[in-house]
Design a protein around this ligand. Structure first.
Ligand SMILES: Cc1cc2nc3c(=O)[nH]c(=O)nc-3n(C[C@H](O)[C@H](O)[C@H](O)COP(=O)(O)OP(=O)(O)OC[C@H]3O[C@@H](n4cnc5c(N)ncnc54)[C@H](O)[C@@H]3O)c2cc1C
Length: 460
C-alpha cells in the first residue's frame, strides 16, 4: 500500500492518542531525538515515536503495518543508518529501567538503557556487565550486534551472556525469547541486529568483578614501528585472562584530549586483564620496555571505569567507519599498516584500531548464535571525521587501509562495526546458512516487511 503525504500525516495524528509515549513529526519538539551520535548519517524519518513502554512499540509496529509504513529503531545513533520517507523511528531512550538481582547475578535491562546505566546499577553489588569500550553505547544495539567488550578474550561475546530477550516482532507480537522459548529467535537476535524484532528488554548475566587491571599506554608516533611489531609478538602468547588492542590515533586539539596526545600521531596499547596485579604488571612490562610512553595509564582500576581504557569520544560527531576481520597477522601485515597509517603516511584517520580476538570468543557458547566469525584473529576498525573537506579523502583512505590488509582479511565483518543499509556490506557479517535462516525467520515473523529497513537481513 502506497500512501500520499497528507494521508500519512492524518494517519500519524491518529497514532498519538494510542500511545503512552509521544510522536513528533519534523518541526515538532521531540523530532530532534532522531539526530544520531554519528552526525554524518541522515536520519530523517516520517516521525519519531518516543516509546514509553513495550506496548507502545507493539502499537507502533501494528500501526505501521496497517498504513504501509516501516519501523526502524534507534537509541544513541552510534550505529545509525540512513532513514527517511515512510519510516517511523522507534526511539527507546525512555525505556531505560535497569534492575539488578544480586542473588542470581543478573540484570533485567530495558532496551533504551546505555551501558553506563548498567555499570552504575551493578557496581554497588560488586557485579559487572560485559559492556563495550564506550559506556554511552546502547545495550540493545550492542547485544543484538554480538558485542565485543574490553574483556572479550576472557568471557567471549557479551551476547553469549544474554539470558532472554523481550521483543516485538514485525507482526506486532510481544514475545519472551529464551534458549528454550522461541529458540530460533534467541539464536538470531544475538548477531542479527534488528532483523527479527525490536528488543524492549533483555536479561543479562553479571560477573562478580569489581576491579580489573587495565588502561592504555600511549606512545609517540615515532615509536609506532617498534611498538606495533612488539605488540604483535606479545599477542601471540597473551593469556586468555587478558585482552588488548592497538590504536593509531590522531586526536584533535580539544579540551578533553590530554595535551601530549593532541594534534599528532600517537600509538595506544589498550589492555584489560582479570589477572592479579603482579601477573598483569609483568605482562604489560614487556611493552613498557619497548619505548617510553608519553602517558602510562595502565594499572588497577574499578571495572565501572571501563570506558577509560579506550577513551572513545562521547560527544556526537560526524564519523566515517569501516571495519574488517583478519586471520593471523604477520610482521608484513604490520609493515603494511605502518605504510598506510604510520608516521609520514598522511593518514587522515582519527583512529585505526586492531583488536586481538580469540580466547573465549573463539569457542561456541552453550547456545549458538547468529555470530559467524569466531575464527577471526583480529578486528580492524578505521574511523575518521566525515565532514567536508575531509569526508571524501577519509572514506577513500579507509578503503585503502582495508585493501592494504587484504592478504590477511577474512572477507567477513562484525555486525556491530557494519552499520549500513547496503545489503552487500550487511551480507559480509554472516555465512550463507545464517543469512538464509535470518531471512527466512524474518519473513515468518514479519510477513508484511514492517521491519525491512536499516541494518537487517531479508530474503531478496
Ligand atoms: C565510539 C564507539 C565505540 C564502540 N565500541 C564498541 C565496542 O567496544 N564493541 C562493540 O561490539 N561495538 C562497539 N561499537 C559499535 C556499537 O556497538 C554499535 O554501533 C551498536 O549498534 C550501537 O548501538 P546503539 O543502540 O548505541 O546505536 P543505534 O545507532 O541507536 O542503534 C544501532 C542499531 O542497533 C540495532 N538496535 C538498536 N536498538 C535496538 C533494539 N531495541 N532492538 C533491536 N535492535 C536494536 C538496530 O539495528 C540499530 O540500527 C562502538 C561504536 C562507537 C561509535
Amino acid at each position: 500500500m502506497e500512501l500520499q503525504t497528507p494521508t500519512i500525516d492524518a494517519a500519524i495524528e491518529s497514532l498519538r492518542p494510542r500511545l503512552t509515549g509521544s510522536v513528533a513529526v519534523p518541526g515538532e519538539p521531540g523530532y530532534e531525538l532522531a539526530t544520531p551520535w554519528n552526525l554524518s548519517i541522515p536520519v530523517t524519518p516520517r516521525a519519531v515515536v518516543a516509546v514509553a513502554d513495550a506496548d507502545d512499540v507493539a502499537v507502533t509496529v501494528r500501526f505501521a503495518a496497517e498504513h504501509g509504513l516501516r519501523v526502524a529503531v534507534q537509541r544513541t545513533g552510534h550505529g545509525a543508518v540512513p532513514l527517511d520517507g515512510d519510516v517511523l523511528l522507534v526511539h527507546t531512550a525512555r525505556l531505560n529501567e535497569c534492575v539488578v538481582d544480586p542473588d542470581s547475578r543478573t540484570a533485567r535491562v530495558e532496551s533504551g538503557a546505555i551501558w553506563q546505566d548498567v555499570l552504575a546499577a551493578a557496581a554497588p553489588h560488586g557485579l559487572a556487565p560485559l559492556a563495550g569500550s564506550s559506556a554511552t553505547v546502547g545495550v540493545a544495539g550492542f547485544l543484538t550486534g554480538a558485542g565485543i567488550g574490553p574483556l572479550v578474550r576472557t568471557y567471549g561475546l557479551s551476547s553469549d551472556h544474554v539470558r532472554s530477550f523481550d521483543i516485538v516482532t514485525g507482526d506486532g507480537e510481544r514475545l519472551h525469547v529464551t534458549p528454550h522459548q522461541h529458540a530460533e529467535l534467541f539464536w538470531g537476535l544475538r548477531g542479527g541486529k534488528a532483523t527479527l524484532g525490536i528488543v524492549t528488554a533483555v536479561e543479562i548475566e553479571l560477573l562478580p568483578i569489581s576491579r580489573i587491571h587495565g588502561g592504555a599506554l600511549y606512545f609517540d608516533g615515532a615509536d609506532a614501528a617498534a611498538v606495533a611489531h612488539a605488540w604483535l609478538d606479545w599477542c601471540q602468547d597473551l593469556p586468555e585472562h587478558s585482552s588488548t588492542s592497538i590504536a593509531f590515533l590522531q586526536l584533535p586539539p580539544l579540551p578533553q584530549v590530554p595535551p601530549p596526545l593532541a594534534g599528532r600521531l600517537t600509538i595506544a596499547v589498550r589492555f584489560a586483564s582479570v589477572a592479579d596485579t603482579s601477573e598483569a604488571e609483568s605482562l604489560i612490562a614487556r611493552l613498557r620496555a619497548v619505548a617510553t610512553p608519553l602517558i602510562d595509564a595502565v594499572g588497577p582500576m574499578p571495572y565501572a571505569a571501563l570506558s577509560a581504557i579506550h577513551a572513545d569520544p562521547v560527544d556526537p560527531m560526524p564519523t566515517h567507519e569501516l571495519s574488517a576481520l583478519t586471520g593471523a597477522l604477520t610482521h608484513e601485515a604490520i609493515d603494511a599498516l605502518l605504510a598506510i597509517a604510520g608516521p609520514g603516511s598522511g593518514s587522515p584517520q582519527t583512529v585505526i584500531e586492531l583488536r586481538l580476538l580469540g580466547g573465549a570468543l573463539a569457542r561456541e557458547p552453550r547456545h549458538r548464535s547468529a555470530f559467524c566469525h569466531r575464527d577471526a584473529a583480529f578486528g580492524l576498525m578505521v574511523a575518521g571525521v566525515s565532514a567536508p573537506p575531509l569526508a571524501r579523502p577519509v572514506a577513500e583512505h579507509a578503503h585503502a587501509v582495508v585493501r592494504a590488509l587484504a592478504p590477511w582479511t577474512t572477507g567477513g565483518a562484525h555486525p556491530n562495526f557494519s552499520a549500513s543499509t547496503d545489503p552487500a556490506r550487511i551480507a559480509r557479517c554472516y555465512d550463507e546458512d545464517t543469512r538464509h535462516w535470518l531471512g527466512a525467520l524474518a519473513d515468518r515473523h514479519d510477513p508484511r516487511g514492517v521491519l525491512r529497513v536499516g541494518q537487517v537481513v531479508r530474503t531478496p
